[in-house]
Design a protein around this ligand. Structure first.
Ligand SMILES: NC(=O)c1ccc[n+]([C@@H]2O[C@H](COP(=O)([O-])OP(=O)(O)OC[C@H]3O[C@@H](n4cnc5c(N)ncnc54)[C@H](O)[C@@H]3O)[C@@H](O)[C@H]2O)c1
Length: 359
């Protein structure tokens, strides 16, 4: 039986990947220490998701391990000897990183190096999939001329009609400390592919989302936005007239791509992986969509200052990933993503104990 090791297994992407491969009959080993609750407080707690995996999956083993623990990670990989690794553990917030620069870098950059080096020592043939981010491009996409439409910003340069390609420079732009630690990890993952010829890839995510996100204001925008709507709480819009655009991809479509890569791996690849143009929306458009699903008016306040380095308009050009893996494509449209997130929050709100209701 094939074995998969997933870091960040209690998080959004990690848990979806665990579920997907369990369904395929793989033995799944999850690594998570609920660090999200340390980064974001109780509202970021992911224990509920860890418990969900433990009770619903058939062949799941949880390892309470910190990816910063170099010796612990080396020992774990030596014991499990997985046939593939999916690395989804991270400090994932652009804004949070400035307050915790060492925790951010040690998790995102050094933690990734710990995993890569342990993998090189014990299982160099096993595909290694790293969850990178579109923040590796820094704010370079903001230099593209933009056109303001009624409810969203759009690229005015036809070269970007399909979105941002992997050829965009990751150099000499503002990244945030989070973006910088993720650049370090991204380049390391590429290097273990190019220099050591290991089957590695970086998935530079747009907005990855889905029903199992513990969305908070600082990370997981769609999940948090829907939660605010359901609780009739005010959502704070930061700058850009609320017309900033993001492309949203359901975590299951991410898991499906990871499977495609593991089946036919390449070395040192980078792919932009988001919902693409078809699954993109601005905050204003997201308000309209959520209202149409829940029938609850969206409450918001406008803060007339954008988040530093925040993208004005970002959606992924999916041409490269589609050409390398023609059997893969987006299967879950935006409206269905909204529906699933709303249903999941409703269910969690009903079943949560009062002290967990903020989750
Ligand atoms: N969600 C998004 O919109 C998005 C967008 C682009 C890229 N990404 C990337 O995808 C990956 C997964 O994101 P996510 O949304 O699932 O994040 P998440 O916060 O939901 O999950 C990450 C998990 O990693 C765990 N973790 C953090 N530090 C750890 C450590 N030191 N040791 C062990 N476990 C640790 C956390 O407890 C959490 O459960 C991250 O690398 C993130 O940067 C996410």
């Amino acid at each position: 039986m094939k074995k998969l090791l997933v870091t960040g297994s209690s998080g959004l992407i990690g848990s979806e990947v665990c579920t997907y491969f369990d369904r395929l009959g793989w033995q799944v080993h999850g690594v998570d220490n609920n660090q999200r609750a340390v980064f974001f407080g109780t509202s970021g707690d992911t224990r509920w998701n860890q418990q969900r995996l433990a009770t619903t999956l058939r062949r799941f083993t949880h390892h309470e391990c910190d990816i910063r623990d170099r010796a612990g990670i080396r020992q774990l990989l030596g014991t499990v000897r997985p046939d593939a690794i999916v690395h989804a553990a991270a400090q994932p917030s652009h804004d949070r990183a400035a307050a915790i620069p060492f925790d951010d870098f040690e998790t995102n950059a050094v933690g990734t190096l710990n995993l890569l080096e342990a993998a090189r020592q014990v299982i160099p043939e096993s595909p290694f999939v790293h969850m990178s981010t579109n923040k590796v491009y820094g704010d370079r996409p903001n230099q593209i001329p933009m056109r303001g439409e009624l409810a969203r910003w759009e690229y005015a340069d036809p070269q970007y009609a399909e979105g941002i390609p992997e050829t965009m420079s990751i150099d000499q732009s503002m990244h945030s400390l989070f973006g910088a630690s993720k650049v370090a990890a991204d380049v390391l993952v590429q290097e273990y592919g190019r220099y050591f010829d290991m089957p590695t890839c970086c998935l530079r995510g747009g907005c990855l989302t889905g029903p199992n996100h513990s969305g908070v204001e600082l990370h997981g925008f769609l999940s948090f936005l829907v939660k605010c709507n359901l609780e009739a709480r005010e959502y704070r819009i930061f700058g850009y007239e609320g017309k900033q655009v993001r492309d949203n991809i359901h975590a299951e479509d991410v898991a499906r791509f990871i499977h495609a890569f593991i089946e036919a791996p390449r070395s040192g690849e980078v792919y932009n992986l988001g919902g693409g143009k078809a699954n993109s929306c601005s905050i204003r458009e997201a308000f309209e969509l959520v209202e149409s699903i829940t029938d609850i008016p969206m409450r918001s306040t406008y803060v007339d200052e954008n988040r530093m380095g925040d993208h004005i308009c970002y959606y992924s050009d999916l041409s490269k990933i589609r050409s390398h893996y023609p059997g893969w494509d987006i299967t879950i449209p935006l409206v269905e993503i909204f529906r699933q997130i709303a249903d999941s929050w409703k269910e969690r709100m009903q079943t949560a104990a009062p002290h967990q209701a903020q989750r």
